[in-house]
Design a protein around this ligand. Structure first.
Ligand code: 8X3
Length: 250
């Protein structure tokens, strides 16, 4: 039977590319996001290829996250795969100039939001003794770069939480892994720079960044390994990038 996959942050970037790829590969989809219009469009588009339902929530709203996941219709209530993708960077400032609101947003979405969604789904996976959780981390979860302070902190937390989940859920045969991309060309930088498109565009100029579809490919690879294989931790960068601080712009 086709597996059911819940994806957070499914309306753009890596989440969207993953939803599109999985829809073409016989996965049933629960697409989650904040934008109900985009969710409805996606349901229409991908509904032609597979069964799709949508949940409109902000991962920061723990009560709503819990309520909507518990209230899924019977045909979607068994979640085989959770892809914790929702996440953002807000600002790129030295620690002494950072905005407390930006810090709150990154910790609330990237760390606490991931925990809220996981908390709502792990019990059913534990009960069935099966399931697969893939957390979308970042190279920023492996190394800290100047001005990255709190964003890097949030992604280091994702890295630690992924390991913690894998350890604690191991007795229940639940696979847990992370995919950690470097620079990916999405609206990530537009959000980080609060709509400053010129600044955001410059991040991806002069080299070929990873595309969201590249990350989706790796997620599909992780999902299609045999039962005894878990992709525990995978870091990927575009060829031009060697680390968070070394990028060859030609
Ligand atoms: C995204 C990668 O280098 O912009 O998580 O922090 S980076």
């Amino acid at each position: 039977m086709a597996k059911t996959v819940l994806i957070t942050g499914a309306t753009s970037g890596i989440g969207l590319a993953t939803a599109q790829l999985l829809a073409s590969n016989d996965y049933r989809l629960i697409l989650c996001g904040r934008n109900s219009e985009k969710l409805a469009e996606l349901q229409n588009e991908l509904g032609e290829k597979t069964d799709v339902t949508t949940l409109e929530f902000d991962v920061r709203d723990k009560d709503r996250v819990h309520e909507l996941i518990q209230g899924l219709p019977a045909e979607f209530s068994q979640i085989d795969v959770l892809i914790n993708n929702a996440g953002n960077a807000h600002g790129l400032d030295p620690i002494d100039k950072g905005s407390v609101d930006d810090w709150d947003a990154m910790m609330d979405i990237n760390v606490k939001g991931l925990l809220y969604v996981s908390h709502a789904i792990i019990p059913q996976m534990r009960e069935r003794e099966s399931g697969h959780i893939i957390n979308i981390g970042s190279t920023a979860g492996k190394e800290v770069y100047p001005n990255g302070n709190v964003y890097c902190g949030s992604k280091h937390a994702v890295d630690a939480i992924t390991t913690g989940m894998r350890l604690d859920l191991n007795p229940y045969k639940i696979k847990v892994g992370a995919v950690n991309p470097g620079l990916v060309e999405t609206n990530f930088s537009k959000v980080r720079f609060k709509g400053d498109t010129d600044r955001a565009d410059k991040v991806y100029q002069g080299y070929k960044a990873l595309q969201p579809e590249d990350i989706a490919d790796v997620i599909l690879f992780a999902l299609t390994r045999p039962a005894h294989v878990n992709i525990a931790d995978l870091t990927m960068m575009c060829t031009a990038q060697a680390s968070s601080t070394v990028l060859n712009k030609g």
